[in-house]
Design a protein around this ligand. Sequence first.
Ligand SMILES: [Zn+2]
Length: 357
Amino acid sequence: MNTLFFRCKVLLMCLVFNQTLLANNQNLRLIVRMDDCYVSADSKTVRIIRLFEKHKTPINVGIIPFKNPADTLNPIYRSRYAEIFVHGYKHEKEGNDEFTGLSYLKQRDKTQRGKHLLESKGIYPCCFAPPWNGYDDNTLKALEKSDFLIISANEFGPKNNSKIKYVPSTCYSVKKAIEVLEKESLFNGIIVLLIHPYEFNSDADFELLEKLLIFINKNNIQTRYFSNLNSLDENITAKRLEYHHYPLFYLLRKYDILGFNHTVYYEMGSLITVNIIEWFLLLIISLFGHLKYINKLKLYVSITTGIILLLVVIIFYSYKSDSYRWVLLYKTSVIALFIWLNHRLINRKKLKAAQAT
Ligand SMILES: [Zn+2]
């Protein structure tokens, strides 16, 4: 047991050491998602787009299809550096937000009409971002039917449609994005920066945005369109989003431990590593509890414990929830079941050996 603890300590020390030694801002990439742009652009939107053009940097622009009358001279459509995604329908609330709780048919009608309007202008958006980041299972079904490939909301919406891919926003201020990039990271990931034209109220706000663009160009940080992510070498399936809510990863990001932080959408490699460490830690804790208590159980108590554990695993498995507490309980019950099984097998072996002598 002591050796196990020692190895864990060494592993953690290596990670901390690597964080200072191998951290690099090129491990991070950037997606800029600008919501709330109307079909006819306003002066703030245009000024932001001009900045991205000046620094030859991609920006994703969210159009609200039925907010204003269409304007074909809109500079958003003409920019070489702006990729358009659909941001809702009219951006008007029907209940909590524009989509959540509405029937599938109603949602399908809204998503299809928005897409068709842009297609009539020769624009073929692949990504949809719901207003107020609000959506439900029916929205995912409607998006699938309307041939959208990606949804970009926040991290906490449903993700049980395997036909749709997920790129949630993770960072909500230009200042924070600069801070994270300057701090560098040991792990690969994407900062999904969400901005709105109405947040830019003074020259200083535009200057800060330009500072970000200069920084990313100087440091060769890659910026992406949503459509770039929909390729084979980038895993943006629901699994990636799900891993972000696994208990250990959730805590590491929440408290900025080992260089992880909540403004980055990490790649599968680091997620799987943390997932393995999580299983390993749970195993150690469970083994410790086992040696201390379970070993001393009488046969009938042990059998009852086994049955309860099996039932708990089945219940946790069938009621899939993404909350990190649920995942933690599920993993712990799986480990406890294996330890119990191992314990029973050892006891049987002992019993047989005793009978043989
Ligand atoms: Zn919006």
